[in-house]
Ligand binder design. Structure first.
Ligand code: UFG
Length: 327
């Protein structure tokens, strides 16, 4: 079976990708340093523990498995943290990706699927962001992902490596069978934090800023279901397998939800109140990030079937109630 190297396969999005790859007949090889992932999330193929900054370990894994392609999910990915320790984000995300590209090219693996982010666009309030929008990141996380996009362009020019870049909007929800799901320690993402507040694992949610220039004063984001998102990755893999050119795609739905709207939806789905208070803005937050993602639909044939807010919350809530990683 065709092997795919999945960096970050023990993390939230990577573990869902491994599940879908296995379902589609591929063998996902997880490469992960378990710094933010979970070994028990690796359920759908072999696990190779390692760090992207360790070039020898990467070479070993390429030699052992000879993957046909790479899905590169592993990264530091917190906007707020990236503003506190920007050097660490550059060293880890950009240095790791450069190592991975070099190891891949030397091993003859020349298909690369990359998790980039809408944070590369920065704060362009009022603009529906399409793939041609200018990339002007306002935080170190977005800047590091933007730099990796440049690395991939350089590797294509120098070595012919083909890549598909996905710029994610806000990923949410979980596997409908709750075999894997979203869990970060510490958790920073809105939907799991809202669910924590609902079921009392946390006293309350703090809304970061209520004075944004939006109808209810809170930030607006475009949420996409993790299973829809990883299905787009498999379509990207098939795109490269069929010899098509390198391409970049936004993955979002084109609909924005404010923080308060997400809280209201969670209250409705769970039929419970959301305890909350209001705090100051968080550094690095853009006012509104909403995708124009028609390119993925038109060109890849992507069908985001589960990306409605009630469905994403319902799937996240199902996983949340398993208490899986608290064991
Ligand atoms: N928020 C709160 N309170 C919280 C947590 C979040 O009000 O306790 C707000 C944030 O300020 C933001 C929104 O909820 O307005 C969403 O915040 P998240 O932390 O869930 O997500 P971000 O938009 O900051 O970032 C996420 C990923 C990034 C990715 C980005 C793309 O963490 O990796 O989506 O928009 F790049």
């Amino acid at each position: 079976m065709t092997k795919i190297l999945v960096t970050g396969g023990a993390g939230y999005i990577g573990s869902h990708a491994c599940k879908v790859l296995a379902r589609e007949g591929y063998t996902p090889i997880t490469f992960d340093n378990i710094s933010t992932g979970w070994e028990d999330a690796v359920q759908f193929g072999p696990f190779e523990r390692g760090d992207l900054l360790d070039r020898e370990r990467l070479d070993e894994v390429f030699a052992k498995h000879k993957p046909e392609a790479i899905m590169h999910f592993a990264a530091l990915s917190q906007v707020g943290e990236s503003m506190q320790v920007p050097g660490w984000y550059w060293r880890s995300n950009v240095g790791g990706a450069a190592n991975l590209c070099e190891a891949a090219v030397e091993a003859g693996c020349e298909k690369f699927i990359f998790s980039s982010t809408c944070a590369t666009y920065g704060d362009q309030d009022g603009v529906v962001l399409d793939e041609n929008s200018k990339q002007m990141p306002i935080n170190a996380y977005g800047a590091s992902k933007r730099a990796i996009e440049d690395i991939l362009d350089n590797f294509e020019a120098s070595f012919g490596m083909k890549r598909v870049i996905y710029r994610y909007f806000n990923v949410a929800g979980g596997d409908e069978e709750a075999q894997v799901g979203e869990f970060h320690r510490p958790e920073t993402h809105l939907i799991p934090l809202v669910l924590d507040a609902i079921d009392g694992r946390r006293p309350k949610l703090t809304i970061y800023g209520t004075d944004y220039d939006t109808p209810d004063g809170t930030c607006i984001r475009d949420y996409v279901h993790v299973m829809d998102l990883v299905e787009a990755h498999v379509l990207g893999l098939k795109w490269l397998e069929s010899g098509k050119q390198s391409r970049e795609f936004n993955l979002g739905t084109g609909t924005g939800f404010s923080v308060r709207e997400v809280m209201d939806a969670a209250g409705q789905v769970t039929n419970r109140p959301v305890p909350y208070d209001e705090g100051p803005r968080r550094a690095g937050d853009a006012t509104r990030l909403v995708s124009g993602s028609s390119r993925a639909i038109d060109e890849l044939g992507w069908k985001p079937r589960r990306s409605t807010m009630p469905q994403m919350i319902e799937d996240a809530w199902r996983w949340h109630q398993t208490g899986h990683y608290e064991k």
